[in-house]
Ligand binder design. Sequence first.
Ligand code: GLO
Ligand code: MG
Length: 355
Amino acid sequence: MAKVQTKATGDRGKYRFSFGPWNISEGADPFGPQTRDPVAFASKLKVYRKLGFAGVQFHDDDAVPDLNRLSRQSVVAKATALGKVLKNEGLEPEFVAPRLWEDPRTIDGGYTSNSPALRQYAVDRSLLAIDIADALGCRNIVLWLAREGTYIRESKNARVAHEYLLSAINKMLNHHPYIRIMIEPKPNEPMDHAYVPTIGHAISLAYLSMDPNRVGGLIETAHAKLAGLDPSDEMAFALFHKKLWSVHLNDQNGLKFDEDKNFGAANLREAFNQVRVLEEGGYGSEGEMVGLDVKTFRTQKQTNNTAHLANSKRFFELMVRKVRTFDRKAEARFIKDRDYEGLERLVIEHLLGLK
Ligand code: GLO
Ligand code: MG
């Protein structure tokens, strides 16, 4: 315990990319069967370097399958062994996220369940996820609060639910001196309304926690859009608080199910603004990675089942070029003159590749 303590650093403007094994999906959705064959975890690991990715994001049970049936000792032994495999592959574990939404005990949420025994299960499982992270040599824990919310508003006391959430966060911080928690806000799906729907909610919990310096956020493009917010403003808010520790870039076409489309695929201008904010905010200089939470189209052929990752990375890199070649002097002139039509034209023509 307490192995992880080095502070990662990165080069400003030199981005490192990551994704999770769930991003090479089997094409299932709630209405039909899978459309592609499963890919073994070991084969997925081989894809990372080939596509130019450095970081692997894990759910606790991606790292140690069947962990509920194993002793803590053997969970830690398996995670330690995985850490060595990653090292040999030249890969870095970016984060571990307790997957609390698939267990029968968490059907009504984990940390905010009405049952004290089930809340305890959620906390115990999260502490085990921290032990896994520690064994992997990684300090980041992601909390996507999937089922922490309600379908029937009266079924939980929302004020008390936030007390439970804060208490769970404090127990995690207390369990390990170096791990840090990144809350990934999302307003809905699978719940009607989820608690902690925006980064503002997440950061307010961070400040109330026993160690505010170790609680921050991960912002996903699609989640911000599902909340009706501009993803780049959400990112800027977190950067202002020095609490943007990871991102899940992708895209989302309006208020539908969480689509996890390729970065930039639905709205190029929003993608431009996200990259602009990340560039200006020095994102990556403390070792933060550019995570891509994108999914293969449901009916994409097996043979191209990783093209969405390569493409999203490429779209990000092309957008970095667009941001760096944007005429900042002209921008400043238009702002000074309050010529917003001129500014709009500058942006659109730049995105369209015109001078
Ligand atoms: C779902 C989330 C999910 C998380 C992942 C890591 O909407 O985006 O993919 O990012 O489980 O916690
Ligand atoms: Mg995500």
